[in-house]
Each structure stands twice: as C-alpha cells, then as structure tokens.
Design a protein around this ligand. Structure first.
Ligand code: SAM
Length: 259
C-alpha cells in the first residue's frame, strides 16, 4: 500500500482535523483527504461524500486501491445529506466556491446534520467572505485561518467550532473593531469579514500578493468604467476608488513580522 501524497493545500487542510475525529469529507472526489487521514493514523475512520457519479466512482476506487474499504465509507448524495446526525465530529469541505460551501452547510444545519459536529475545516476557492458571513450568522466561530499559494493559485483554509463550545471571546471578540498601524486604520466588521480576522493579524506574503491582485482587478474595472459617462458609472467609480484605497491603507499598515 503506497501512502497517498497530498498537495500542500490538502495537507494543510488535513492538519486542521483534530486527531481521533470521526471525519466526513464532503465533495471528496478521489477521496484523497480521507485516505490520507486514515493512512496517517490521524483519524480512525472516515466518510467520503460525493454528489456526482464520476467523482463518486473515483472515490470508491481510491478507497479500494488504498485497501481502506473497512475504514472509509463512500456515499453518494448532495452535501451533508449523506450523514446521519451525530455521525461525524469533523467535516471538511474543499475545492468549491464559498457560496456553495455555505449553501451545503446551511441545508445541512437545517436538517440537523451539524449536530455534534465539533470542527468545520473549509477550503473555499473563492468567496471566503461569504463563508465567514455564514459562520458568523449561524453560531460558528473561526479558530484559525491559513492562506497558501500552490501552482499559481491562492487558497484560504478556514477552521471553525461551534460558538456554544465556549470559544474564547467568541464572535463578538473576533469581529470587534481592530486597529492596525498604531491607529492609522480601523478594521470594522465588514473589512474583517472580507479579508479575514486572523489573516489580518498575522499576514504573510501570499496574503499581501492576493490583495495586491485584488487591487489590480478593481483598477482594471475602474479603467473600463472611465469610458462611460453614465451617472451610474460615476457612482460605481467612486465606490471602487473607496474600496481600492481602503485595501491599500490596510496593506500599508499590516504587521510586518512575517512579510
Ligand atoms: N475536495 C476535493 C479537493 O479539494 O481536492 C475535490 C474538489 S472538486 C473541485 C469539488 C467536488 O465537489 C467535485 O467532485 C464535485 O462533484 C463535488 N460536489 C459539488 N457539489 C457537491 C455537493 N452539493 N455535494 C457533494 N459533493 C459536491
């Protein structure tokens, strides 16, 4: 049996899974994460959920080839529907947009599938702010955020626990206004949701590059709008300019120890 070698992205996600968890990986595709989690001894058993037939078959093959059919169950279904309430205590969802992950969690929560879940480890490809907003609005508290670059793409990993578990300070403290650069920039809740409360506290080079890229995108939109004389375009230009300036100010005031 050859141990599966994970990408840096999935390896970092795996590291957020508490040891000994009953893991459910939703949207598992080839089941790489649950296979690595069980092979490495991090978790005793796992469930791999997949909605689409191709990835579902790939997951079954991956588990069979690893010889782990007795420890990993592959189930076909939409989102958290594949779980019985109380069956998993850590859920990982990776490689989808933040709004799809939030929709999966939302449906699952309404069906009681998140009861007993102690950790959510999530890796949205885009729309991290949407996911942070869902967690905040639904009783989950972020306990860590990571950002990494792999093969020219930037990924964020958000880990959350239930607010009811008494996470120190909870969401109130997490999204309280933060001051950067000795008071020059005040990060309000909207900005913390957009950029990430932990990432703003301990930014690295990847974080800075991501937001420089966002500035470049917004400037591109600004340039294309500059050709329009419509009143609505003028309004949009002012909003974009404010956004760009805000991100620039934040980047200038970030703590520099990891940059
Ligand atoms: N999680 C793996 C990773 O990060 O490498 C695979 C990511 S792949 C890009 C996204 C997977 O999510 C696809 O295999 C897709 O079939 C699955 N998926 C999308 N929506 C889903 C849903 N509602 N329920 C379960 N799986 C879903």
């Amino acid at each position: 049996m050859n141990n599966v070698k994970l990408s840096d992205r999935l390896q970092l996600l795996l590291e957020q899974v508490p040891e000994g968890s009953r893991l459910a990986d939703i949207g598992s595709d080839h089941a790489l994460l649950p296979v690595a989690a069980v092979e490495s001894g991090r978790v005793p058993s796992a469930i791999a959920g997949e909605v689409n037939s191709g990835p579902f078959e790939a997951a079954r093959r991956g588990v069979a080839e690893a010889g782990l059919g007795n420890k990993i169950t592959v189930r076909r279904g939409d989102g958290l529907e594949v779980l019985e309430p109380g069956e998993a205590d850590c859920i990982t969802i990776a490689g989808m947009g933040g709004s799809l992950i939030a929709a999966i969690l939302d449906r699952g929560q309404k069906l009681g599938k998140l009861s007993g879940v102690k950790t959510l480890a999530l890796q949205p490809n885009v729309g991290e702010d949407i996911l942070r907003r869902w967690l905040l609005g639904n009783g989950w508290v972020l306990i860590s955020e990571h950002i990494l670059e792999e093969d020219g793409k930037t990924y964020e990993i958000l880990t959350a626990i239930p607010e009811s578990s008494g996470a120190a300070g909870g969401n109130e403290q997490l999204y309280r206004e933060q001051v950067l650069g000795g008071g020059q920039v005040v990060c309000d809740q909207a900005l913390l949701l957009q950029m990430g409360p932990f990432l703003l506290q301990a930014p690295n080079k990847v974080f800075v590059a991501k937001w420089q890229g966002e500035i470049a995108k917004l400037e591109g939109i600004l340039t294309s709008l500059s050709r329009s004389e419509l009143e609505a375009a003028e309004e949009k230009r002012s909003k974009l300019t404010l956004q760009i300036n805000r991100i620039r100010e934040v980047l200038e005031c970030l703590p520099k120890d990891r940059l």
